[in-house]
Design a protein around this ligand. Structure first.
Ligand code: PLP
Length: 486
């Protein structure tokens, strides 16, 4: 007789408290900076440490063996809660999103079709309405809505996919017949700053436009779009026989973390009737703060924008919003019919499938909703304000250290700076810090120069950690306190 399997809920009842105990210790050690923020052994070594250099088990392992692997996994993981974690733009998750992952992990409503997760669709729409409202946009269309002013949106598995989706919507607007007939002969192009996230050029490549269809916008020395150069960029594109399908601005840019002048770019696009797309993956969160939202002034003029909740809204990866200002502008991005899914019947809800690359999709809205329920919008606002403010103070601390330079005041929670020494030295500093295990930074090139880069994502990043970091960097420097070599 077949052995009756233990139900999922029983396994969870047994293991979740023990997993939580282990995570709690892991978080405490991380927050107290016991142990390295990251260690990056050779992959083969790590695989062996995890016991994964042997065939995977044919039969269930004991609880203890399972928890042992979990411990090893955590030991080989980057500690987001460590005060020295300042590397990448990934959120340190709040509790709400962790609970949402548990609920989704067990209910698994693949909710791209309304009937596959009605509550998840309702949550997603409410989250998108909230985001649209913050941007000064009307809410999303519902099935019972008649004519009126609505936008369209969807949550996607990440900002890269959200940007692609928005650009597909822009393409559908520029070339409605393109879905059926292709766009060959149209010479569609996209105008974007060279510092735009690489997923923009990747999207252009994936759309088959050819990379020469990505035309650079003029920028200043900080790689921020220069609005006075827009007319010439448009004229040049037109002279080259190109049809501009979208102008892309960043809020904020990934490397330097600076906001493009959305109001100026948006005004130009409105005058010229160009699709204005704002990649606000990181920086849309400024909308939450009455003080910071001036950074995204002009976002309300966009035809589309994206917003990664897994950056400043403290959700786990991935959860990104794509919003399109024009009613039905997003559904048109995918003018495709799958007869088993799109049956043309009247539906009580919305099939988000029509708006996304994904077919099966996770209940992403739950991550945002649960964070809002447990932190409040006010808590998320305070988080954004705290991290942005910390970056300002960090910039001041760097600027006042002899030999250090921070080329421009930060506009988000990303700080670029140079330690005393040449380009190579910046990379060496990063490598040595990584080996040392107390700080995890990234680095970026801006205008051909190499910078160290801090992304202050964690509530555990404090000013004293930044002072310790600068001390540590100083100790590595060839001529401590000396003038930076150029
Ligand atoms: C992070 C980021 C992206 C990419 O988003 P993913 O969610 O990592 O795919 C795109 N654009 C900007 C400006 C970003 O900061």
């Amino acid at each position: 007789m077949e052995q009756r399997k233990e139900h999922v809920s029983m396994v969870l009842q047994r293991l979740v408290p023990r997993v939580l105990d282990i995570l709690t210790v892991h978080f405490r050690h991380s927050r107290e900076a016991k142990g390295p923020v990251v260690s990056v052994p050779e992959l083969d070594q790590l695989t062996a440490d995890l016991g994964l250099d042997r065939p995977l088990p044919a039969d269930p392992v004991s609880d203890d063996a399972f928890l042992d692997i979990l411990q090893r996994y955590l030991a080989g993981s980057t500690r987001m809660q460590h005060p020295g974690y300042m590397a990448h733009q990934v959120a340190v998750p709040a509790a709400g999103t962790a609970l949402a992952d548990l609920v989704h992990g067990t209910t698994n409503n693949g909710m791209a079709i309304y009937e596959m997760g009605p509550a998840a669709v309702a949550v997603e729409m409410a989250v998108l309405d909230w985001m649209a409202g913050l941007a000064g946009w009307p809410r999303l269309r519902r099935p019972q809505d008649g004519e009126g002013d609505f936008c369209e949106g969807a949550l996607t598995h990440g900002g890269s996919l959200a940007n692609l989706t928005a650009l597909l919507a822009a393409r559908a607007a520029a070339c409605p017949q393109g879905w059926e007939q292709g766009t060959e002969g149209m010479r569609l192009c996209v105008l974007a700053a060279p510092e735009a996230h690489y997923c923009i050029s990747r999207s252009v490549g994936m759309m088959g436009l050819g990379l020469q269809a990505l035309r650079p916008l003029p920028v200043d020395e900080r790689q921020v779009i220069r609005p006075d150069g827009l007319p010439a960029a448009l004229a040049e594109a037109r002279q080259a026989g190109c049809h501009v399908m979208a102008v892309v601005a960043s809020a904020c840019s990934t490397g330097p973390g600076l906001y493009d002048p959305l109001h100026e770019v948006g005004t130009f696009c409105a005058e010229q009737n160009l699709w204005f797309h704002v990649d606000a993956a990181h920086g849309a969160a400024a909308l939450l703060s009455p003080d910071l939202r001036r950074r995204v002034r002009g976002l309300e003029m966009a035809d589309s924008f994206i917003w990664d909740a897994h950056k400043m809204l403290r959700t786990s990866s991935l959860c990104a919003a794509v919003l399109v200002r024009r009613d039905r502008g997003l559904s048109r991005a995918f003018s495709q019919q799958g007869s088993y899914l799109f049956d043309g019947e009247e539906h009580p809800g919305v099939d988000l499938l029509e708006r996304t690359v994904e077919c099966t999709k996770a209940a992403l809205g739950l991550k945002v909703l649960f964070n809002i329920l447990l932190c409040g919008v006010s808590g998320l606002r305070r988080h954004v304000e705290r991290q942005y403010d910390l970056a300002q103070r960090c910039h001041a601390a760097i600027a006042s250290r002899p030999g250090f330079s921070s080329p421009f005041p930060p506009q988000a929670n990303i700080v670029c700076f140079r330690a005393p020494g040449d380009d190579d030295h910046q990379l060496q500093v990063r490598r040595r810090l990584l080996e040392d295990g107390q700080f995890h930074l990234s680095s970026t090139a801006i205008g051909g120069r190499r910078y160290l880069r801090l992304t202050l994502m964690g509530e555990d990043n404090r000013m004293e950690d930044i002072d310790r970091l600068l001390d540590a960097i100083e100790a590595f420097s060839p001529e401590p306190g000396g003038a930076p070599s150029s």
